[in-house]
Design a protein around this ligand. Structure first.
Ligand code: UFG
Length: 334
């Protein structure tokens, strides 16, 4: 009988999209989430939902045992760069201690495979672009440090406890489920696309953080990747681990540097309304340019993005936001 995938943080933005993809192809999926940030209705595609937090070793172990889990996908983390600078205690507790508790539960239950959500923030300011997996790791904020700390623990956990892992380093996750079932709902919302969409819809103000960067139009360049394409990458990583592949690291982006202004222009076109944008000072911790080489996951796992142009990414985000102006409407932090 097929074993189950435990998706820790599966009620959150990226996790919920991965859960839907897993269920769509017929995997058994158990979401483990304390719903402090995740949304109950975002987890509705799962086979089961266990409400629990990542510091609860006994509950994690019970869930792994009860559902005969062989793979853990771990999405539960705090993920705002600016916030991590103000609250390193919270970031280290959630992202490092919490992740190590998940791994401890896996070691105790002999769960063999781990798919870990990491980030472009492990690289810091790029010294070469596009950023490949072997680019030096030099985080410039606590968020990136916490993710790198877990990455660095993994070889030791593999040696001692035989947990094989796939580390997926996301660049800028964006967009929403193309069927309109799931979307992005953080409180407060800090990400560019949802913020600018809300400004176009007249629901909030919007600022561009810096127009004096050494880039063609002076605004930061980023690599936006559709959340459904990220979900697909998780399925491929899982299949590779189950199929006997070695532990690995993969960067996930589209390799297309896109400026903040280009994103704003796209939103104006898609929404059909202007985005009132004030120019504000640079935001602390923002590198000027970040974009990925995803050649490794393409060649090793056959990953192919399906929604790579920014128009499509913005259109799916707008479609969900238009239908859900208050997000999931449950007040969770997202
Ligand atoms: N931006 C604005 N105005 C806003 C929000 C964002 O101008 O209201 C700009 C930012 O300054 C940045 C770009 O839009 O240049 C994208 O910002 P986001 O906040 O959407 O995303 P980040 O690039 O800051 O964050 C992403 C991931 C993090 C990762 C980080 C690495 O979400 O997980 O890249 O730098 F850590």
């Amino acid at each position: 009988m097929a074993r189950s995938v435990l998706v820790v943080g599966g009620a959150g933005y990226i996790g919920s999209h991965a859960v839907k993809a897993l269920r769509t192809r017929g995997d058994d999926v158990v979401v483990y989430d304390d719903l402090s940030a995740g949304h109950r209705s975002a987890a509705r595609f799962a086979t089961a939902l266990v409400e629990g937090n990542i510091h609860d070793l006994a509950r994690l172990r019970n869930a792994m045992r009860q559902y005969d889990v062989d793979v853990v996908m771990h999405f539960a983390a705090w993920a705002s760069v600016g916030e991590s600078v103000r609250d390193p205690i919270g970031y280290y507790r959630n992202n490092v201690t919490g992740s190590l508790t998940v791994l401890e539960a896996m070691a105790g239950e002999r769960v063999p495979f781990f798919v870990f959500s990491s980030t472009a923030a492990v690289f810091g300011n790029p010294v070469t672009t596009p950023i490949t997996e072997d680019h030096p790791k030099a985080p410039i904020n606590p968020y990136g440090e916490t993710k790198l700390a877990v990455e660095r623990a993994l070889p030791h956990y593999e040696k001692a406890y035989e947990i094989r892992s796939s580390v997926l380093r996301y660049f800028n996750a964006a967009g929403a489920d193309p069927d309109g079932d799931l979307g992005e709902d953080h409180a407060p919302e800090l990400h560019l696309i949802p913020r600018a969409i809300d400004a176009a819809a007249g629901r909030s103000t919007f600022q561009i953080f810096g127009d004096d960067y050494p880039t063609p139009d002076g605004t930061c360049l980023r690599d936006y990747i559709h959340v459904t394409d990220l979900g697909d990458a998780h399925l491929l990583a899982l299949d590779a681990l189950r199929g006997g592949a070695d532990s690995s690291h993969y960067n996930l982006g589209n390799g297309r540097p896109t400026s903040v202004r280009e994103v704003v222009d796209t939103i104006e076109r898609v929404v059909g309304k202007p985005v009132p944008a004030a120019i504000a000072p640079r935001r602390e911790g923002d590198p000027a340019v970040l974009f990925a080489s995803s050649d490794r996951i393409k060649s090793e796992l056959g990953w192919r993005p399906r929604f790579e142009d920014v128009d499509t990414i913005v259109s799916t985000a707008w479609r969900w936001r238009e239908a859900h102006p208050s997000g999931y409407g449950d007040g969770a932090r997202g």
